[in-house]
Design a binder for this molecule. Sequence first.
Ligand code: ZN
Length: 465
Amino acid sequence: MTARSIGPLGAQTTDLLRELIQNAAVNDGTPDSGHEHRQVATLQRFFEGSGLEGVTVEPHPGRTSLIVRIPGTDPDAPSLALVGHTDVVPVEPAGWQRDPFAAEVVDDVLWGRGAIDMLNLTAAYAVVTRALAAGAFERSAFRPRGDLIFAAVADEEHGSRFGVDWLVTHRPDLIDADYVLTESGGASAGPLPSIGVMVGEKGAAPRTLRITGSPGHGSAPWSARNAATIAAEAVVRLSRHRTPTVITPQWRDYARALDLDDAVRDAVTDPRRFFDGIGGVGGLDGFAHASTHTTIAPTVVRAGEKGNVIPGEATVQLDIRILPGVTPEDVDGYLRDALGDLIEHIDVVGDWFGASTVSPTDTPLFGALEAAVRRAYPRAELLPMLGIGGTDGRFFRRRGIPAYGFGVLSERWDYGTFRRLFHGHDERIDLASLDLTAEALDHVVRRFHDPAGAARRPARRDSRA
Ligand SMILES: [Zn+2]
């Protein structure tokens, strides 16, 4: 990589990020994992001497979140919350070239679990907030016009039950804002460059198939109604089934920005020919497919108790991610279509449904993001993207609050690499990207909260897609 000098915001972000990685706040989905209280202790130490105190909440022992607020000077000015989660997903150490929690810096690259998801951003939010309040690095102390909120939240990696979901339900006074920035964004698509900003995300409708056969002796399988066999057939049918192809505006723009053959681009933006082109998009094929389809992934399959008993029951968990506009009835219909005549042996269990959420882009915050990106990449365009996974942004969008996933990464990142390292082995980030992101966030906050600005608090718009 080309050497790039790292400014004070980037250097401080690097130091704080190293400590957050070393705290190993691993969330394995059990209530007693996560240990985000370690992250809060680190952040509280970090804010010492800045005049900022913060409030902590702990819905379950150890699952602590910290919220710091710089009050604005004008109660009518819009508020902005920087919402960073502090937990990380587990690692498989054997797959890593380096210790995932040592936070080593090698050749200007910082390695470790959470380096891009999303301790990098959480660290940068804290650094920018502190620097603004304290007037650090020979920059003037800054009183924002509207409130600036920094939230370091627990449990994002397991549905945010002890994090943002809890906060918006029990303590909205702490975390409420007119606009929100969170993960993930900043990777460039194609040569333009186009810098991705997550303006929305798919929804989810997890279901479980409960399959009933009839138990019998394993020595006589002929004509048995083996629930494991039916489950296997169901899994195969679901994997082969094609839900409707939908070309969203975000996918159309994304495909336009990518460096693709014209024929491939035409195909993957045409619902009738999508599958003719998907082979030509390279390592982004999974993203391309998920961006244009409601996806149904069988994840946990269970059947059988004993080696010589034909199982009479089986279950198949389905991770179902839905596009904007998809209804619960649509999900039922996809499952019926895919399973066909097997449905007579199957109960579909579960009715949880979280719609896809998308924020508008004609907002003053989006304008500030664009300006910040152009300082790093003068010719860059912002590319509004639809995330295929879930982030804490959805809890805000559902309440009509625009939430964007934002960052600025260096030229070395393309979206394929960026995605692969999310929850993957060898997660890492270059120091240049940390610096670009911290500088961009500092610019966004100063511009958005400009004392001479005129933006007023918006009326809430329903952003449920
Ligand atoms: Zn994340």
